[in-house]
Design a protein around this ligand. Structure first.
Ligand code: SF4
Ligand code: SF4
Length: 436
């Protein structure tokens, strides 16, 4: 990103115009898209639908077709970019500025977007962690420490991964056993701005990113380790344009690999494991670290899916978050490849991917586990994945019954959970025919 852009919005506006000028509206991108055929814009055909997007970027009117294309894209698989003869990045430099234009034109965000809004009472990290941990255990996750003590290493959980508290706590267990001193930062409403970028709220994205960088800086760390590769990408490439990033960002696998000699392996994890690379890591080419890390675990044998590394298939990504009604084919594709590869475990690298795959586990002959949980097992730690337990139940009364012990004395009443949880089940367990 060039320093000539004064802010994130200006950058994407400029890129959007460039995209629209270079695009020939050939439609090959949407012909290659696995999501487009499920959208209402498919009736118009790929050429007409992409033309609505480029028209919008040239100052034309907001249209339902452009909305469908832009807010259905998973922002991750990139098959459109591979198909584009002009070498453009439709899903990123076309659809993000188009999303911003659609919001400016007054079109609503997809209904489930609130689950990703920092500060929203029912955002996913806040809400899902409250179903899995007692209030005393999650309190630190909801607000940054008032008096941060200097630490060379800050571990930032990210916002969405708060919905998988077992993996965050396992990470900290591992770091403790490695003898690495660190400060943990979660702070409920702290967010790198990646999610807001994906739905086109670029002013919010920049503000959130700047707030996060400032919060990390209060610890005066040399290194910041990110559980979520989206946060890592933002702190590495985007935010330095608009904020003073005074620490070295690390993806968690990369940090653990650099310190692998400190991991006290005590147990054999005798499984065939397929790594599912997150879209962010795949685009960065950061696909070796997770494999080298897991290969260091005694007993693990890696197998590869047909698409892996830089060619990894998307978990459903943004589409899965806001349009679960149409994301299932994309979501199942990597699961099917893991089965074909003979995996006993599909290792997820990203909280969003884990949330996409774990609810589908009952239909497959392998487990879905965070890569962190495999490492944790190898050092003798186990924390239950309660998110997966609930999603396997896929039943509102059963989940609420099991979550009651965590809700007591917390932020949400049982009535509230019964009202909000169906939206989450709609997102994670589409097609289960459950709910109210
Ligand atoms: S990144 Fe989006 S537009 Fe591109 S192929 Fe994937 S879902 Fe379709
Ligand atoms: S394939 Fe490329 S040039 Fe063709 S419509 Fe899509 S973005 Fe435009």
């Amino acid at each position: 990103m060039s320093a000539k852009y004064s802010d994130l919005s200006g950058y994407f506006q400029h890129k959007g115009r460039q995209f629209a000028d270079r695009c020939t509206n050939c439609g090959l991108c949407l012909e290659a898209c696995p999501v487009f055929p499920q959208t209402r814009a498919a009736k118009a055909g790929p050429k007409a639908a992409i033309t609505k997007v480029t028209d919008l970027l040239k100052g034309g009117e907001a249209s339902d077709e452009a909305y469908e294309v832009v807010f259905s894209c998973n922002r991750g698989c990139g098959l459109c970019a591979k198909a584009c003869p002009e070498g453009l990045l439709p899903y990123y430099l076309g659809f993000i500025p188009a999303a911003a234009r659609l919001i400016e034109a007054g079109m609503p965000l997809p209904a489930l977007t609130y689950q990703h809004l920092p500060g929203h009472r029912y955002n996913s990290g806040r809400f899902l962690s409250a179903l899995q941990m007692k209030p005393a255990e999650t309190r630190w996750m909801m607000r940054p420490p008032g008096d941060p003590q200097p630490a060379d290493v800050v571990f930032f959980t990210g916002c969405a991964p708060l919905g998988l508290p077992h993996a965050l706590l396992e990470t900290m267990d591992i770091l403790d056993r490695m003898g690495i001193g660190f400060a943990a930062l979660a702070g409920g409403d702290l967010c790198c701005g990646m999610a807001a970028t994906l739905w086109g709220d670029l002013y919010a994205a920049q503000r959130l990113g700047q707030e996060l960088v400032a919060a990390i800086a209060t610890f005066r760390p040399k290194k910041a380790v990110f559980f979520c590769s989206g946060c890592y990408v933002m702190c590495l490439g985007t935010l330095p344009r608009f904020a003073a990033v005074s620490f070295q960002p690390y993806e968690l696998p990369q940090f653990l690999l650099e310190n692998v000699d400190k991991i006290p392996f005590t147990k054999t994890v005798d499984r065939r494991v397929a790594v599912h690379d997150s879209c962010h890591s795949a685009r960065l080419g950061a696909v070796d670290a997770p494999r080298r890390l897991l290969q260091a675990v005694p007993g693990i044998k890696l197998v590869e899916m047909a698409h892996h590394g830089a060619d990894a298939l998307c978990c459903g990504g943004y589409t899965n978050s806001v349009r679960p009604d149409i994301s299932e084919p994309v979501r199942r594709a990597p699961m099917n490849e893991a089965e074909a590869a003979g995996a006993e475990v599909l290792a997820t690298m990203c909280a969003g991917c884990h949330e996409s795959f774990a609810p589908l586990e009952p239909g497959y002959p392998f487990e879905v586990r965070s890569f962190v949980s495999l490492l944790a097992e190898s050092v003798g730690v186990h924390r239950e994945d309660r998110f997966k337990r609930y999603m396997r139940l896929a039943n509102l009364p059963a989940i609420v019954g099991q979550a009651r012990e965590y809700l007591d004395g917390g932020d949400y009443t049982v009535d509230e959970v019964e009202r909000v949880l169906p939206d989450y089940l709609r997102r994670f367990c589409p097609g289960h025919g459950l709910l109210r």
